[in-house]
Design a protein around this ligand. Sequence first.
Ligand SMILES: Nc1nc(=O)c2c([nH]1)NC[C@@H]1CN(c3ccc(C(=O)N[C@@H](CCC(=O)O)C(=O)O)cc3)C=[N+]21
Length: 289
Amino acid sequence: MSARIIDGKEFAGRLRARVAKQVDRVVAASGRKPGLAVVLVGEDPASSVYVRSKGKATLAAGMESFEHRLSADVGEDELIALVDRLNADPAVDGILVQLPLPRHIDERRVITRIDPDKDVDGFHPVNAGRLATGLEGFVPCTPLGCLMLLRDIHPHLAGLEAVVIGRSNIVGKPMGQLLLQESCTVTMTHSRTRDLAAHVRQADIVVAAVGIPGFVKAEWIKPGASVIDVGINRTDAGLVGDVDSAAAEVAGAITPVPGGVGPMTIAVLMRNTLVSAARREGVTLDDDL
Ligand SMILES: Nc1nc(=O)c2c([nH]1)NC[C@@H]1CN(c3ccc(C(=O)N[C@@H](CCC(=O)O)C(=O)O)cc3)C=[N+]21
């Protein structure tokens, strides 16, 4: 049996189209476009590529893009001052500070400085707390994109066994919260988990976010399970995920790398920016976002 390949790129394209359609409502109500500010410190090539594609997607959705490129040796206080200006700027609905930051900058200080109601990345501890307690806030783009793909495959997620591999604040932890909110039975696994294979074998849903190429073996996957591969690893063989490619022979559905979760991350960023603008302007949006 061969798995259904989940076309994240196509799904993301449709989400972006729904976002673009509703941007007009904010424009009509407020006389301005939703605005996303992206801050890039330094010139890491991969980060530059991501920032460029975020800017392009923002403009394509009919929103305003503000790009701030700072040199790698910028002082922490200067970065904080920029965040303060963006917090105070009424044209800015969303603020994204591209991670990772150079080592001399305290990432937590920068993230916690962002106004939680402009934190379209959902990285601020206030938004993590809102997610954990079921309050309205911003959910990190990658796990929310994964959930959208999973909902498409499983109209009834309740009661399914979900195994999350990886416990980062950016993917693993919020992914676990989202699946729990959907009434899945969630197992959080990580580098210290004993007999990871035994956990994965029980799973109807596997979300892999460890950053190690081919870490999740095909033999671990329960036949027919849905596999979401969050890994984006650059190897000599090109971009590869965290899941062994042979898993596509066992799974019921699986996301490819590239073309799976990555494009969803950017589409959800557009969605979160629109939602932020709508909240700030008192505009109602359709619930197909
Ligand atoms: N504050 C912050 N927010 C982020 O959301 C954030 C970040 N920092 N730092 C870096 C990671 C990485 N990230 C990706 C976005 C899109 C693709 C994507 O579109 N990937 C394409 C391929 C792109 C390629 O060829 O490299 C795909 O998987 O098909 C990948 C990775 C967002 N990140």
